[in-house]
Design a protein around this ligand. Sequence first.
Ligand code: SF4
Length: 863
Amino acid sequence: MNAIRTTCPYCGVGCGVSATVTGARAVEIKGDSTHPANSGRLCSKGTHLGETVGLGGRLLAPIVHGQETGWDEALDAVAKGFSETIAQYGRDSVAFYVSGQLLTEDYYVANKLMKGFIGSSNIDTNSRLCMASAVAAHNRAFGEDVVPCTYEDLEQADLILLVGSNTAWCHPIVWQRIEAARAAHGTKLVVIDPRRTETAEGADLYLPIRPDGDVALFNGLAAAMRSRGLLNDTYLAAHVDVPDGYWDVVGTADVADECGIAPELLEQFYDLFAQHERCVTMFSQGANQSVNGTDKGNAIINVHLATGRIGQPGMGPFSITGQPNAMGGREVGGLASTLAVHMGFSDAERDCAQRFWNSPGIATGPGLKAVDMFRAVHDGRIKAIWIMATNPAVSMPDAGFVREALAKCPLVIVSDVMANTDTAAYAHIRLPALAWGEKDGIVTNSERMISRQRAFFPPPGQARADWDIIADTGRRMGFADAFAFDNAASVFREYCAQTAFENGGRRKLDLHAWAELSDADYDALKPLRWGGIAPFGDGQFSTANGRAKIIAIHSPKCETIDPDFPFRLNTVRYRDQWHTMTRTGLSPRLSQHRREPLVEVHPEDAAALDIRDGGLARVRTAQGDAIFRVQYSEGQRRGELCVPMHWTDQLNAGGRANRLSSQNVDPVSGQPGFKNSAAAIAPVTPAWTGFMVCRDQPVLANLPYWTLVRQRSGWLVEMAGFDEPDVDALMPHGERVEASDPARGTQRLAALDADGRLAAALFLTRSGRLPSRDWIVAQLDSEEPTSGAALLAGRPAQLPPDRGAIICVCFDVGMKTILGAIAEQQLTSVEAIGAALNAGTNCGSCRPAIKSLLNDQKEAVDA
Ligand code: SF4
């Protein structure tokens, strides 16, 4: 079969993917060398997409109140449920909670149904959680949500500032482009982050900023540029409105104190900014996921406007999005705070949208943003909610509260690809949606590049496209003509036409050139960027007077420490996982980089609390508590913790980060402050710890700590308990061998199948010493019988070398293997390690980690 050009479904980099079907549900994945975003490169997540396309765990038929049904029955139930709720309680008693995983066509139809035909704005998206503050900052400064930069600006810049972005892990192909630019042109890099991440390791300057110190830092930068005479007065006079008192605001801060950064580092930062006019400031979740995220965005934009560093090659403020189509959702109006296609709720805009849609009524004002939406579900104002392609029972802050809300909501509808998500457990109606590789549509990446996602598998079971499911519901609610779409192309055409309708140059988002696209041209659509390379290159902004706005912002006061919750908790993402792991958790390779959710803590903080590296600890906030494996990290600031946001009830007992985060949100954008919660941490001392390797997924009820890690031929389970373990409940039936040492408190069991191959092995200890997992896990792959004695020993007669934690998932290379090769072969570069071990030579996602190991080794030798 010919390769199909499509787009990666994970992050907002929006890499092109070349997919060649090789079997019924098998596909070979390569980077699309013709796609401008990635030129053929893919990170570890994109590279291993082929491991996530199986049908295991898929929802393949509608389910109404636990019974499998056909579509007619299911969508009649949805339409009737919504219509009756609206009739009885009003149009604001219903809501859609949608997702940056949806394609633009899905988003468009959902937004049209809710705002134009139901007549409410209660549609919000999980993008609220990742970049709503950047949207609000753009709207305040530019008059429209327009990202001024492209990835090419990164290559043309002389200085790149990364603010709250672990780019090497979260946007790896952008990171590779930055690394290539640095190698080619000596581009300077400054990383501003409370954590010293892999991204920070190789920076020219790292600023370990205290959480939420960004406004003070960028106000300080603006004041420093002014005192050095480096403002662009010509640009300011021609294109920017500066509010009275702005310079008083930025000049008053004690920047070093408010940011927690040494004055000499601040001077280095100011010098770099002063010396390099072509500067891009890229900001991401670390800036956005804050109770003052909008202000952070505007503080960054202010500096670029004041120095005229915007609209020209290699310069500008650059918000990079988390999700594959967060931008598409913003464009159509999928946020409760916009109406449609970058229009707000003025009378003129509402009239314009209503006439375009020819709708019976239209939403009168902004709807409920995500956190408020679930509050309204909780207190009964919302009585029917439709959740599409997202998992709020895990991903929302104070996720326990969201679960309570869903449990008492009279009607919960969930459209999803997977059958068993934590959110699906609360659904009265579940609707099977098409997955990546099965659906057609467009996505927009962080640089306004629109790309096609294309189907290369036929629809499985009864699964349907989201736009099709929503349109069918709209027709059943009585809006037949407005939702009579033939295909994704017809939705796309209507969306493009709406961006152009009575636009008159007021909005940069104008896709009129594609409003008449034929179906064939839509099928063949190549990546295109709206707004051009520099949408503000002419100095014209989308405000009423055409001028950009500087916003005067005071930096927030330092928080007082609560003695009950003396730490600041940050939630973060891992290199090889995506969101709530419903897809990346299917990949055995991607599961190896981080096998468990870790709480990272500074060693001195840990030692003071008797918390052991590799042990377990309970993190507690006012919202709840969760147990994590401990990792000491010198990269953490003292008094701060971080935990990953990915794990769910499906793969872990209780290590869910977002049950800990509070409902506090940015007052402008409504984005939650995930990155800075008051927390406490204490050691957990279980009576026993252990692990199990097994072919079939085990049932692990009633254990206080367990984590399931997918392997190529089965599962690895890490576990711990306080009570006597119920071994019979854990192990499969069949022939067993067993050994125990009561004196040491160890117990080892192995179950073999009829061919003598490993079915399951369980290792428990009360002393804390357990064998290495790798050899035992590898026995699941073996076609040969395994020796019971070797299994109980946890190793063969000839012990294979311990690889350590997996660094390179493409070639399965561990940390100890790399460190050994560095020492023995005197390797001094990432390239030399690649030549020796292959590590880092495929997707390149592990290259920052390898570089970090090289640096550590060099520092150890120098010391
Ligand atoms: Fe996908 Fe990785 Fe590219 Fe993001 S950087 S779009 S996850 S391949």
